[in-house]
Design a protein around this ligand. Structure first.
Ligand SMILES: Nc1ncnc2c1ncn2[C@@H]1O[C@H](COP(=O)(O)OP(=O)(O)O)[C@@H](O)[C@H]1O
Ligand SMILES: [Mg+2]
Length: 282
């Protein structure tokens, strides 16, 4: 049956759920029509992400980071180019991906466990679902909060519940849009290690949008630097740079090589780190 559908609308979840998936973007563009003309937000995006890879996306506000995640999650469609997960085109609101945002977006009248349950794939048997929710609550350290309501828990706990809900779908690709951006600095550091633990425990590919270059370098195999497209004479790609991050995880946050990459990326973001670098190299 499904073989008769066009490839771009086929998403056979049953054969692929539970395994990390590769992501491939070919010449992806997204533009929005304006009253006069149109606004190009993403252009010439070429991306090849291996199954299980962690890729961070950084770039100035408004450059299209969330748009890129929405495209990969099937929440929006490109105006040109193709997006494939494990070689199969992304379908509308693709079941193979799950998204978590900066705000946890939990339903306030449901318990933490019930919120996580909402992420289970449709048709999950009751008992299997209960076991899966318990397993995920354990993974994110929320067993003790299973019966609490979102307003009764801290921001960090709510965000852990949001991650567990996303994982409940067994996504081949986990899309995270500034997931730690609203947390205090210490909680954020703890969440980094939780994300690495999740990545080791649950087979998934991760795309992480962040404004925190250090977070990107601590967590990712590669960091994409996106740029804001210019006017009509600008025909360069949205991807300004791709940086491979050396070293196996967990990384040393104080690593010298990472400090150089950090300065590099910040410079790419328009932050002048020159003074600091010359001081350090004395
Ligand atoms: N539906 C839309 N219609 C028109 N413009 C949009 C739409 N969605 C996003 N944009 C524009 O696309 C640009 C990129 O947005 P976004 O991807 O949210 O940026 P980022 O996440 O990098 O801050 C912004 O200038 C935004 O105004
Ligand atoms: Mg955004």
């Amino acid at each position: 049956m499904t073989a008769l559908l066009p490839a771009s609308r086929t998403a056979d979840v049953s054969t692929t759920a539970g395994a990390a998936q590769s992501v491939r973007l070919d010449d992806v563009e997204r533009s929005f029509p304006l009253p006069q003309g149109r606004r190009d937000v993403l252009r010439g995006v070429e991306l090849d992400i291996a199954a299980g890879e962690i890729v961070a996306v950084v770039g100035p506000s408004g450059c299209g980071k969330s748009t890129l995640l929405r495209l990969i999650g099937g929440l929006d469609a490109p105006t040109r180019g193709s997006i494939r997960l494990d070689g199969i085109g992304v379908a509308d609101v693709d079941e193979r991906t799950a998204v978590a945002f900066q705000e946890p977006r939990l339903l306030p009248w449901r318990t933490i466990a019930q919120n996580v349950e909402l992420g289970l794939p449709r048709g999950t048997a009751r008992r299997a679902g209960r076991e899966r929710v318990a397993e995920l609550l354990h993974l994110v350290g929320l067993e003790h909060a299973a019966n609490q309501r979102p307003r009764e828990v801290s921001g960090g706990m709510a965000q852990r519940a949001s991650l567990a809900r996303a994982l409940a779908r067994n996504p081949g690709v986990l899309l995270l849009d500034e997931p730690f951006g609203a947390l205090d600095a210490l909680t954020r550091l703890r969440m980094h290690d939780l994300l690495l633990k999740i990545h080791a425990a649950e087979p998934t590919t991760i795309l992480l949008v962040t404004h925190d270059v250090e977070e990107a370098l601590y967590l990712a195999d590669r960091v994409l630097l996106l740029r804001t497209l210019g006017g009509s004479d600008d025909d360069e790609s949205s991807i300004a740079r791709t940086v491979s991050v050396p070293g196996i995880r967990p990384r040393d946050r104080a690593d010298r090589g990472l400090a150089d990459l950090r300065a590099d990326l910040l410079e790419g973001l328009g932050v002048d780190t020159h003074h600091r670098i010359t001081e350090e190299s004395r």
